[in-house]
Design a protein around this ligand. Structure first.
Ligand code: NAD
Length: 453
């Protein structure tokens, strides 16, 4: 059993059973049975089911958002966006079912066509930082492509996942097609990874666990998509609109209390505008409202757990000199103040993912140095470039080794554009036009047109 704790109040909001290996075995059998009928449905029927599921999510948007507030401590405004993202992704995936076309390739003596065949049973292993969207990123396209899905939410945040599974049934999806297996990573998660009946694992979480999962998948030649950690740069050139860059910077590392794989937690600022940028950054950080997640004015809630707060604290001693240190509520809740540290590019705080409301700021001299520092990490998930020079924007975007870059913006995620990491930030892409195909095998069929003798 897992007690689910509200990170803002430390109250127990639910108790959820932990799935065993036997539960996983039984779930795979049920899923495989449901998948056969699901894959055989006419594409239009599959799409209709998914649209009904999206409509059910829409009808319960506020309820889902409030669950996310209670189990993850997210500000209500963010949680509403997250529930909306799950709904939109279901709609988007539904619109892809009839567009999942193969191709016809010219050959002599016959007809050569390709098909996208569903994989079968897919496991989605989700983290706690964005429980609903990340569950939906795997769930929606996998179902749309004709697969069954077994979702293993994080230990601390299973409630929205469990509610989504109920809504799927209410929307008429076949029993067993989408099941949630709450529980421990090394038990329920590992059982899914090891199960021969699971054809693909979509894992979102830490790089350390991602490496273990990839090794286990290799033993079965199991398909795997990995969405892992990040330590993304926010590069501010002297020719940028420095006011705008400074105003936008707090959101880019404080949203979701910094527990965001795309957080721009390394702020690189060209030396000639460094002092000006820091002058502007300080009030912008202080204006980032911290507190009660149920208040619509709140922009930053608590960290997920006491254990995670200890992990963040281990990086930043609270008496350590900080360039900027914000306020955090006292009393109950896993609060941590917004913190900006001046760092050298190879400091631990500048190279490792802290996953809290902590950024480092590093000066640079020129474009070449900015790119060198930006790439001096094992990660490569996202990043931002602030400049008014179009040529520089393009040059630096091409030179930074990361999967999701934005120029004069911090936006990383749109469900209709591809998302994923370079280097140790992951393997494969989610979302975007290729989302459904990632849950299929391509089959090539040659049909002879020779006359029979
Ligand atoms: P985590 O790796 O500890 O856990 C993620 C999930 O894996 C959980 O459901 C957990 O129960 C499960 N798990 C743990 N050990 C397992 C095992 N041995 N076998 C199978 N499953 C196991 O990560 P976390 O702390 O929940 O999430 C934070 C991390 O996720 C950060 O590093 C963050 O950057 C990353 N993340 C990446 C993305 C992305 O899209 N690239 C998005 C969100 C979060």
């Amino acid at each position: 059993m897992h007690e689910i704790i509200n990170p803002a109040t430390e109250e127990v909001v639910a108790t959820v059973p932990a799935s065993t290996r036997q539960d996983v075995d039984a779930a795979v059998v049920r899923a495989a049975r449901a998948q056969t009928g699901w894959a055989a449905l006419a594409p239009g029927d599959r799409a209709r089911h998914l649209r009904r599921f999206a409509a059910a999510v829409d009808a319960h948007l506020e309820e889902l958002a409030l669950l996310e507030v209670r189990e993850a401590g997210h500000p209500i405004g963010n949680a509403r966006w997250e529930a909306g993202n799950a709904r939109d992704l279901l709609d988007y995936a539904a619109s892809g079912v009839e567009r999942l076309t193969g191709s016809q390739i010219p050959v002599a003596g016959g007809l050569n066509v390709t098909f996208h065949e569903p994989l079968g049973v897919v496991a989605v292993i989700a983290p706690w930082n964005f429980p609903m969207p990340i569950a939906a990123w795997g769930l929606a396209p996998a179902l749309a492509a004709g697969n069954a899905v077994l979702l293993k939410p994080a230990e601390t945040t299973p409630l929205t996942a469990l509610r989504l599974a109920e809504l799927a049934l209410e929307a008429g999806l076949p029993e067993g097609l989408f099941q949630v297996l709450p529980g421990d990573g090394p038990v329920a998660g590992d059982a899914l990874v090891e199960h021969p009946g699971v054809a693909k694992v979509v894992f979102t979480g830490s790089t350390a666990v991602g490496k273990q999962i990839m090794a286990k998948c290799a033993a079965h030649v199991k398909r795997v998509t990995l969405e892992l950690g990040g330590k993304s740069p926010n590069i501010v050139f002297a020719d940028a609109d420095v006011e705008r860059a400074a105003a936008a910077a707090p959101g880019s590392f404080l949203d979701n209390t910094g527990q965001d794989c795309c957080a721009r937690s390394r702020i690189l600022v060209q030396r000639s505008v460094y002092d000006r940028f820091m002058e502007l950054l300080e009030p912008a950080v202080r204006a980032f409202t911290v507190g009660d997640p149920t208040d619509p004015a709140t922009r930053m809630g608590p960290l997920i757990s006491a254990a995670h707060r200890e992990r963040v604290r281990a990086y930043v001693r609270e008496d350590a000199p900080a360039a900027i240190r914000g306020e955090a509520p006292a009393g109950k809740g896993f609060w941590y103040p917004a913190t900006v540290l001046e760092a050298a590019p190879d400091d631990r705080t500048a190279t490792e993912e802290i996953f809290g409301p902590v950024a480092v700021v590093i000066p640079f001299e020129d474009e070449a140095e900015a790119v060198r520092i930006a790439n001096a990490t094992d990660y490569g998930l996202s990043g931002s470039i602030w400049t008014r020079d179009v040529g520089r924007a393009i040059r630096v975007s091409r030179a930074v080794a990361a999967g999701n870059l934005s120029v004069n913006s911090h936006s990383s995620v749109r469900y209709w554009t591809p998302f994923g990491g370079f280097k140790r930030s992951g393997l494969g892409r989610e979302l975007g036009p290729g989302a459904l195909a990632a849950f299929t095998e391509t089959k090539n069929v040659f049909i002879s047109t020779e006359e029979t003798l």
